[in-house]
Design a protein around this ligand. Structure first.
Ligand code: FEO
Length: 180
């Protein structure tokens, strides 16, 4: 049993996660378009991560007797000027998501909603990891500057990423996690 305020906040968060997925799908398409196939792979894996984040919240909300209310997903980011620009925008977006995750946790604490606090803990930890990963990529891209060979090496390295999250949620997140 969660409050109406919390139901609304979780629905908003589902939308934000879907928006994140949409942003990364767009970045993947852009990278493929400029022949950075490895980065395209990396961003598509990130897309799957975000869909997983959204689906976990979707199921949690339902398990708490809340109705999932989907709303329009904002247009993804565009107009990228370089790979560094793409990853800097990724970092900025993840910092924005961290703020939102923290906001949900703050609300859960304020409402003494213990179940949602435990649920949101996973996202707090996840955001630390996401920011750390992207921070490292940004740092590397800054280091290589205009070195095209190094850029291609990084592209190859990023292309080795595989999605480690479930992608088929037709039987629910838990069932999907078991086969992923
Ligand atoms: Fe679900 Fe990358 O925030």
């Amino acid at each position: 049993m969660i409050s109406e305020k919390m139901k609304k906040a979780l629905n908003r968060q589902i939308n934000l996660e879907m928006h994140s997925a949409y942003i990364y799908m767009g970045m993947s398409a852009h990278c493929a378009n400029i022949a950075l196939k490895g980065c395209a792979v990396w961003f598509m894996a990130q897309y799957h991560e975000e869909m997983f984040h959204a689906m976990k919240q979707y199921e949690y909300l339902q398990s708490q007797g809340g109705e999932v209310v989907l709303s329009a997903v904002e247009e993804p980011l565009s107009g990228f000027t370089s790979l560094l620009d793409i990853f800097e925008k990724t970092l900025e977006h993840e910092q924005f998501m961290t703020k939102n995750v923290n906001g949900l946790m703050d609300l859960a604490i304020e409402e003494k909603d213990h179940a949602t606090q435990i649920f949101m803990q996973w996202y707090v930890t996840e955001q630390v990891e996401e920011e750390d990963t992207v921070n490292e990529i940004v740092a590397k891209l800054k280091l290589i500057g205009d070195d095209k060979n190094a850029l291609l090496t990084i592209d190859k390295e990023l292309g080795s990423r595989t999605a480690t999250v479930p992608t088929d949620f037709s039987q629910g997140v838990e069932a999907a996690a078991k086969v992923a």
